[in-house]
Design a protein around this ligand. Structure first.
Ligand code: DP6
Length: 426
């Protein structure tokens, strides 16, 4: 740093996706290091629709580490943030930028302070794994700022210590979090099974359910499950290891019926171990159960027609939102028609804010405005079941998306969330 009054600010901006597990992580064997009791597999969601953007910066003029999330300053004192910062600083390398007159020796990083600003392009309150994208983005962008030599898999083992599911957001496409055996967690990390292009026909529709009750956090929920559920041990030891092998195979072969059966049964079992927890945990609400019933009915009728004709998979995380995975765009368009028939928007909601993300699926479904929604014919199985009620307002909005890519650095400085001269939020 040369002794002269250094005024420089060095910064990096990155964008990281969120992910949805199709074989769930639920239960830890080490709470501090965040080591799971089973492997898990996820699909990375397209960051154009759901992602976190983070700018990290360093300057000799900063007097403490500070962080802003969606424009509001938040504390970095939590143990999980501190673990990530410590692990990254320990691996920091020399950084030199002659043009800007920046020279940082690796040992300087211990005394230099950081400013971090992070922004989710989706509502944090929607319960869409914002912590996974957020922690992964923090670790990825800091690793670039501090010139770490570690690859994304090694970085995932750091992100894991921020939030377990975050480790799977270090890759695009289809990702496995290997639980590992070591007590120090060095082999508990994420690997990519296939990139997003491998199976790019899939369409993902997320129903963000309104009327959210207070939910049990994943962290305390899984702690209670491990302490009180008799089923969880059977799940971790006997069920998941077999499903992981089958799911890897289904992904590799793009075998949708197997993929769907495994994703749905694993989601069901996750909610079963939540119910087996004492006191029980209920993550799905009435709307989720109605969607669940509807989806199960559809899957059952597909299954009865021909055993390999399943078109939609579903999975529910630790909240009431339904995540549906359609086999291709044609199926997705049909599914969207049915969803809009059963869960129409409230009269004051416009279609543009009710279906967000990849809106082209709407066109495929022949829906251009609210008139088209009102004119939707009931799905065939509903004709002889007059008990089915339309549920206006139960869903806040739908997000249409697809498998997407992993973290990227955004080189364009205009995308930075911090001012390059002051290092404060723009
Ligand atoms: C149901 O990763 O949020 O989404 O490791 O305690 O931060 P912590 O938990 P978190 O748990 C996610 C649980 C899940 C399933 C999954 O993503 O695999």
């Amino acid at each position: 740093m040369g002794g002269e009054p250094a005024k420089w600010v060095s910064m990096v901006t990155a964008r990281t996706p969120t992910n949805i597990a199709v074989i769930k992580y639920w239960g830890k064997r080490d709470e501090t290091l965040i080591l799971p009791i089973n492997d898990s597999i996820s699909v990375t969601l397209d960051p154009n629709h759901l992602c976190t953007t983070t700018t990290v910066s360093v300057s000799p003029s900063f007097d403490q580490d500070r962080m802003w999330l969606n424009g509001k300053e938040i504390s970095l004192q939590g143990g999980r943030f501190q673990s990530c910062l410590r692990e990254i600083r320990a691996r920091a390398q020399d950084v030199e930028d002659e043009k800007k007159g920046i020279k940082i020796k690796k040992e300087d990083w211990q005394n230099l302070h950081l400013h971090i600003a992070s922004y989710n392009n989706f509502p944090t309150a929607a319960g869409l794994a914002s912590s996974a994208a957020g922690l992964a983005c923090l670790v990825f962008s800091l690793a670039k700022l501090m010139n770490l030599k570690e690859d994304n898999s090694q970085l995932s083992a750091i992100a894991r210590q921020g939030s377990g599911s975050a480790c799977r957001s270090l890759y695009g496409g289809f990702v496995k979090w290997i639980m590992g055996k070591e007590d120090n967690g060095s082999d508990s990390l994420a690997v990519q099974l296939a990139d997003e292009k491998h199976w790019d026909e899939l369409v993902i529709i997320i129903a963000v359910v309104s009327a959210r009750q207070k939910e049990t956090s994943s962290t305390s929920g899984m702690r209670d499950t491990v302490e009180t559920s008799a089923l969880i041990q059977h799940r971790a030891k006997e069920v998941v290891p077999k499903r992981i092998i089958q799911m890897e195979d289904a992904i590799q072969k793009r075998d949708f019926p197997s993929f769907a059966r495994l994703a749905c049964t694993d989601s069901n079992q996750f909610h079963a171990v939540c119910l087996d927890t004492y006191p029980p945990i209920f993550y799905m609400n009435d709307t989720s159960h109605r969607q669940d019933n509807q989806l199960c009915r559809e899957m059952e009728s597909c299954r009865r027609n021909t055993s390999d004709n399943v078109q939609v998979a579903y999975t529910f995380d630790a909240g009431p939102n339904a995540v549906m995975i359609a086999r291709n765009r044609k199926t997705a368009a049909l599914l969207l028609q049915r969803l809009l028939y059963n869960f129409p928007p409230q009269s004051d909601t416009d279609l543009d804010s009710y279906i967000i993300g990849d809106k082209s699926i709407l066109q495929d479904a022949g829906i251009n405005d609210m008139k088209d929604v009102e004119g939707l014919a009931p799905p065939p199985e509903i004709k002889d079941n007059i008990l089915i009620q339309k549920s206006k307002g139960d869903v806040s909005y739908f997000i249409c998306t697809r498998p997407g890519g992993g973290p990227v650095v955004l080189a364009d400085e205009t995308q930075a969330l911090l001012n390059p001269l002051t290092g404060l939020p723009k």
